[in-house]
Design a protein around this ligand. Structure first.
Ligand code: ADP
Ligand code: MG
Length: 484
């Protein structure tokens, strides 16, 4: 935290009132350093560790500098790598703009109804969006960026990395040259800094100090586990740690899904989040996590970038991050706002030990060894990259049962912890199995499982079709089996 209060900035009364409502008194270091430069119209690169209030650092001056005699087209553009972050940032900005009359903050991201966005974009002051959807609106001519005076790239290193660079270049081509550009992130690798020169004019590179102290509040451990029990160990570690809310990182989407399933089998309320999921499901998962209904979120790096979920007291690196900077972003999801947190990196095999040592060397972090108790009693992880095919025993049993036409119960391995509703189940069964709604006699949604009662022959066909289709229920890859 900086010594300086927001009052020292000479902001408008409307903004000061909103800042007070948010409960902010003192500025963080990055805010104290960056806001005056931004108010003065200068370009900046704002670097400070996660959770140090970078959103307010770029957002407060953005709102302060809006010219309210212009209300037709946006004057500020904020670009974020994910939809969740775009939503979070727009919510945060609305907190500050609430007393300033006429300010309209519009979030645009994929997966959300585009017509609704088009309507909202007519008369917007600040647009917060993901590159893909912003480009979509530019193509449709439903977004005009010619009045934009100030552009912010949040999670800038991610945005200027290969995956997004062309998009950013395209979007900035639609914004006047005479503009202010601010980049914010916790990490700014030098190749990215070089690229950023193309988009900025004599930027001030500002580093907030809060970062170091935040990092110090996070206890960091590594934990050696057997390869064939690694997923189980992640669950065991969470249980043993006594943590309330955790984030587990995997390097791939497939691993995210497999691990989530294993954790649910262990009775944990775990959910996945990654880029292949539909927006509806992602939003549900995030709100479940933020409200505490889901206490373990399994994520890929990009999906969790910048997310501000309070009370995350444990981070588990299931996979060692592919990029050392990812490590910094991952563990920054805990230890926020002065709270303590712990980060654990699971190590299975000597290759991973070497990778972990590399992370330590590059970040200067000292990880302590953590010994996990009870690994011997843990079941081996099932090898379940694809759903198991039923053996002949299973179908025999089915054939007999169907002959006498008795109802059977199909078990699907998702339930209320995944925010599954009857509608999700019906949707999946009817689209994968040529079932009709009337065929479904009963749906019983339990915590980690849903039981569906069907006529015997339909149940057997449904079980087969769900397996053959790699069926999903509301984006969760599921395993189905007849249990009665
Ligand atoms: P970052 O982008 O640096 O990771 P965020 O902008 O997401 O951080 O902010 C992290 C949390 O800190 C948010 O919940 C935000 O409301 C809070 N916060 C930001 N600035 C302040 C401040 N000056 N005083 C108190 N809380 C703050
Ligand atoms: Mg942020």
């Amino acid at each position: 935290m900086s010594e300086k209060s927001f009052a020292s900035l000479g902001l408008s009364a409307e903004l000061m009132r909103a800042i007070e409502d948010a409960g902010y008194t003192q500025m963080t270091d990055i805010q104290a350093e960056a806001i005056p430069h931004i108010l003065a119209g200068e370009d900046i690169i704002g670097q400070s560790s996660t959770g140090t209030g970078k959103t307010a650092a770029f957002g407060i001056p953005a709102i302060e500098r809006l010219d309210m005699s212009e209300t037709e087209d946006p004057q500020v553009l904020v670009l974020c790598p994910t939809r969740e972050l775009a939503m979070q940032v727009s919510d945060e900005l609305r907190k500050f703009s609430k007393y300033k009359e006429g300010v309209r903050i519009v979030a645009v991201y994929g997966g959300q109804n585009i017509d609704q966005q088009i309507r909202a974009l007519k008369s917007s002051s600040i647009v917060v969006g993901t590159p893909g959807r912003v480009i979509d609106h530019l193509h449709r001519r439903t977004l005009d960026l010619r009045k934009v005076k100030y552009v912010i790239l949040d999670e800038a290193d991610e945005m200027l990395d290969m995956g997004f660079l062309d998009d950013i270049r395209y979007i900035l081509g639609a914004v006047p040259e005479q503009r202010q550009t601010a980049l914010f992130s916790a990490t700014m690798p030098s190749p990215i800094l070089r690229i950023s020169q193309r988009f900025q004019k004599n930027p001030h590179h500002i580093k907030g100090d809060d970062g170091n102290t935040a990092f110090e509040l996070i206890q960091q451990y590594y934990c050696e586990v057997p390869k064939n029990k690694k997923a189980g160990c992640a669950g065991l570690l969470f249980k043993q740690s006594g943590a309330h809310r955790g984030l587990i990182f995997c390097n791939t989407k497939v691993m995210v899904d497999i691990l989530t399933r294993r954790l649910c089998e262990m009775g944990l309320a775990a959910c996945s989040i990654h880029g292949d999921m539909r927006q509806g499901a992602r939003t549900q998962v995030m709100s479940g996590f933020k409200s505490g209904k889901v206490n373990l979120l399994v994520a890929t790096d990009v999906a969790a970038r910048g997310i501000d979920a309070s009370g995350v007291d444990i981070i588990i690196n299931y996979d060692i991050p592919e990029d050392v900077d990812f490590y910094v972003h991952r563990i920054g999801r805990t230890g926020r706002a002065g709270n303590e947190g712990a980060a654990y990196t699971l190590i299975a095999g000597s290759g991973e030990f070497f990778d972990m040592a590399n992370v330590q060397e590059k970040t200067g972090v000292q990880m302590k060894e953590y010994i996990l108790e009870g690994i011997d009693e843990l079941e081996e992880d099932k090898k379940r990259v694809v759903p198991e095919k039923k053996g002949s025993g299973g179908s025999d049993r089915g054939a007999k049962a169907s002959a006498d036409g008795k109802p059977m119960v199909l078990s699907i391995d998702v339930g209320s912890v995944h925010d599954i509703t009857e509608e999700h189940i019906i949707e999946s069964l009817t689209s994968n199995c040529r079932l009709r709604r009337e065929d479904i006699a009963k749906i019983d949604i339990r915590e980690n499982e849903t039981r569906v009662t069907l006529p015997g022959d339909k149940a057997i066909a449904a079980e087969k079709a769900m397996i053959a289709n790699n069926a999903t229920v509301d984006d969760f890859l599921v395993i189905c089996k007849i249990v009665k």
